[in-house]
Design a binder for this molecule. Structure first.
Ligand SMILES: [Fe+2]
Length: 402
């Protein structure tokens, strides 16, 4: 018997919101959450909404529920996909003009990121958003933030991270004062997601769990939620993909995504997100789909560094590992991720999405330079990362027969 947990001598803080409400149709009771955080009836609420969801019946009912319970809702929809710093600045200018008592975000990761940072910016007047870039650069936040995810993947509703586009690159405004106070996870919002988005966002959740658990900063508490997330993704993502109206599968995929927020917050992403954040935006591949594509390759890459962790992941994925040696079980986890991608019709090679061989070296260089990962258990050099990217180009794992 081996242990997947290690004694950690450095501080291992655990970050999640103060309250996470997980409930089908929980969005219709948002007024209760506002009252809980001391926002009185009659108060003005800054509601950041994904513009694509404006006409959605469940959103209309959610806003109506707030208004019927005495709140004045100002719905703000100037949100871009993968929002720019300029887009964030516009939201900050808007929120600073009025006396909003709380911020609610309803949408995917982009919308929730705008909601989280604009609330914090309101409480730090006179400062430009550029000053907030980095970790814990926001001095304070008093305005309550309630986050409602409408996909099952980004975990932005429970995370202390945000991502914004600046020029050709990405920047993060991260830290304690970015973390929402309350997450209301209502799976009803995900019922109408198309199959491709269902697969991509579900794989984003899986990659948060897997990467955050392989990370040097993983903690037993965040691992516990990571294992739960892996189990749920392998049980329910195929069902949600093939039959969007499967409400049980939708429920558990929402739970999987929010649970994966713990390893994402604590362990944080490693090589998978570095590579996917590089080729994804360049070749217009959805963030989660790109993270999913790279997942079996990076799991194989880390096989020698954390075999016990990967073996335990295989078990969480539903594989009977009782008769397997640690290494064999770990390899089964890689194969299970590969099989999942096949079943979800995800491209398995960089060639399939139009990347040329001549571009591989630049992708490796950018992955290492733009997305350094001191929390990676294998030091990330350009040479090592290039090998992973070359295997991915061919669509063949390096050592394991797939
Ligand atoms: Fe992600």
């Amino acid at each position: 018997m081996y242990s997947v947990y290690k004694l950690i001598t450095t501080p291992t803080p655990f970050y999640m919101p103060k309250r996470i409400v997980f409930e089908v149709s929980g969005a219709l009771k948002l007024h209760n959450e506002l009252q809980l955080v001391g926002v009185e009836k009659g108060s003005k609420i800054f509601l950041v909404l994904d513009p694509a969801l404006k006409g959605l019946e469940h959103v209309i009912k959610t806003v109506k529920g707030l208004e019927e319970n005495g709140y004045v809702v100002d719905t703000y929809t100037d949100v871009e996909y993968e929002p720019s710093i300029e887009c964030l600045r516009r939201a900050v200018e808007y929120i600073r003009k009025d006396d909003f008592k709380a911020v609610i975000g309803i949408g995917g990761g982009s919308t929730l990121d705008i909601a989280k940072v604009s609330a914090a910016a309101k409480d730090n007047p006179g400062r430009d958003v550029e000053e907030f870039i980095g970790m814990d650069k926001i001095p304070k936040r008093l305005t309550p933030v309630i986050a409602l995810p409408t996909t099952a993947g980004t975990a932005s509703e429970v995370s202390r991270y945000t991502v914004f586009t600046r020029g050709v690159g990405k920047v993060g405004i991260n830290g304690y004062n970015v973390l929402p106070d309350i997450a209301v996870v209502d799976p009803v919002f995900t019922y109408t997601l198309p199959p491709k988005i269902t697969a991509g966002t579900g794989l984003d959740a899986l990659s948060h769990a897997v990467e955050g658990m392989i990370s040097l900063d993983a903690s037993p508490m965040s691992d516990a939620l990571g294992f739960l997330s892996i189990e749920l993704v392998f049980k329910y993502l195929r069902r949600a993909y093939y039959k969007g109206s499967d409400t049980e599968a939708r429920y558990f995929m929402s739970l999987a995504a929010t649970s994966a927020g713990a390893p994402l917050n604590i362990g944080r992403a490693i090589l998978g997100h570095s590579i996917s954040q590089t080729f994804g935006p360049q070749f217009k591949v959805h963030h989660g789909t790109a993270c999913g594509m790279v997942l079996p390759y990076i799991m194989e890459f880390y096989l020698t560094a954390v075999p016990e962790k990967l073996a335990a992941m295989a078990k969480a994925a539903g594989i009977d590992t009782t008769k397997l040696k640690v290494r064999e079980a770990a390899e089964e986890a890689v194969k299970a991720a590969w099989k999942l991608l096949e079943d979800l019709d995800i491209p398995l090679s960089l060639r399939d999405i139009g990347v040329s061989k001549a571009e591989l070296e630049t992708l490796a260089e950018r992955s290492v330079k733009e997305w350094p990962r001191p929390n990676s258990p294998i030091e990330l050099t350009k040479e090592r990362v290039l090998k992973v990217i070359e295997a991915m180009y061919e669509g063949r794992l390096m050592k394991i027969k797939n």
